[in-house]
Design a protein around this ligand. Sequence first.
Ligand code: DLL
Length: 432
Amino acid sequence: MFFQKEIETMPRNKLEELQLERLKWMVGYCYDNVPFYQKRLKDAGITADKIKCLSDLQYIPLTTKEDIRDNYPFGLFAKPMKEITRLHASSGTTGKPTVVGYTKRDLENWSDCVARVCMAVGVTDEDIVQIAFGYGLFTGALGLHYGLEKIGATVIPASSGNTQKQVMLLKDFGVTALVSTPSYGLYMSEVAKEQGISLDELKLKTGLFGSEGCTPEMRTQIEKAFHVFATDNYGMSELMGPGVSGECYLRCGMHINEDHFLPEIINSNTKEVLDKGETGELVITTITKEGIPMLRYRTKDITRLNYDTCACGRTHVRMDKIKGRSDDMLKIRGVNVFPSQIESVLVGLEHIGPHYQLIIRREGFMDTLEVQVELIDSSLLEQYGKLEKLQNDISAKLRTVLGIDSKVSLVEPKSIERFQGKAKRIIDLRNK
Ligand code: DLL
């Protein structure tokens, strides 16, 4: 199902014409309205009329989160506050948040993009959708909210937290689609089980998950636990929020809303643009955004673009599931380790639940990795022989995938912290 079929299925050459036209506009717009960009573009010798083809994008300087922070709070806004209709901000673990502003037109485009990703997985005006993202400065909840309202779905703004009540709403309101992070979805399914609610009592069909990574293995767990068709969607506040890309019902990559977002893949170290099909850091240029436009924004997210046509009929490029963030990548004893590699080994193994955490320590000059993972059944803790065998099996599997040794600790069921938003699975104690 399509929300804006003509755009979503636009022939590639037409789409690229539109992108080029919009890119030229965007460069001029940034030059004229944001002193930061004007200086950067001047230094690089770039003006809108120098952009002749899409690959000229590579000559535009990259923008980073630090640039937004350095211009805190509104320095990168291209419109006066009078024309900014809404502000959001990313939580930011350290220091000041990054603040983003939307004009009325940005909000319209945003809800269109979200409506597209929701309809692409079959959500319609017949659906009752519970939004279990935290309402507030975070873009997740309000982003999904207006997109879903636009397609006429019945929206329940449940927000996050109070998980028992969430489960009650799921059941009593006959919710057919759930919006949350995958980790919170999984936790809700646990609580539902504890409350003695059988999955047959729920009408859930679709899980619109996003905002954090979820390996295919973890997705299978969620689907088993909740009997939903779980889909992935991607976005970030600096670019807009949710709605940058999302899977269609075929689930073979997330279609980027390319009439608004121009993607590139770069090598994070050399900053060179990589060839089509190579894996690297996603860089996005917004080509319609008015409030806080982004020229070649470094997302730090690692993925790959797939330009093959999709059987769903959408012509917009697909990005692979996020492999990890370049700043999430753990360097352990000189080896690059993505938490998603560990997750794909752990999740779905016999006796092992889907909850885990990674603890990295420095012992002397040596980095060590401890993988704590929950058992499904605590009685195994008393069966030393079985436990040791399981631990050794997991260690061996991890060694094959990661190329380094790790310590596997099997812990009591429900002893690892649960999260209502994005899960924090990495505890890096090396610089403490
Ligand atoms: O998480 C926006 C969003 C909300 C997307 C709801 C989807 C659904 P931020 O809080 O700014 O925005 O975080 C952005 O989250 O750079 C990724 O590292 C990560 N992320 C977002 N979606 C996915 C996903 C929202 N589907 C950061 N898979 C991004 C993996 C994701 N990581």
